[in-house]
Write a protein that binds this ligand. Sequence first.
Ligand SMILES: [Zn+2]
Length: 176
Amino acid sequence: MAATRLSGSDVVNALDAKPSVDEIWRWLEDVPDPEIPVVSVVELGIVRAVDWRGEDLVVTVTPTYSGCPATAVISLDIEEAIRRKGVDAVRVESRLSPAWTTDWITDAGREKLKAYGIAPPEGAACAGMLKAPAIVACPRCGSHDTAEVSRFGSTPCKASWRCNACLEPFDYFKSF
Ligand SMILES: [Zn+2]
């Protein structure tokens, strides 16, 4: 007799137990950032906490910056991903302080940004200030001979840069 393969939500329902916080963190690792889908919301460092409050699951998120238009989409994506696993009582709360910094991007996240053609943020974060970095390495050829073309790239969180060595344009993820 062939065993029926249970999906994740079936398992949750069958066990009738709340999934652990660790398990929920693993689910969130599969939720892509809407602006840069190669990195997850966990790799981007915007998920700050996962807590059970009684029967409610609360995911605390710090947006990359308060004006980032993707924030609402991120909240919906997170809620939807968790509901798909069978947890309906989920809500996403925003925490604006301390402010997100590019330091919170994980090493794996930085590698993926680079592979995607986005220069990972350089140097220390500067809370609250959008600052142009002095040196940005080209994500394609690694040259430091690069220049900012526009302060605002394809999204407000990124700036447009161009490499003078390989002449390719690229996005730079702004440092905060
Ligand atoms: Zn280049």
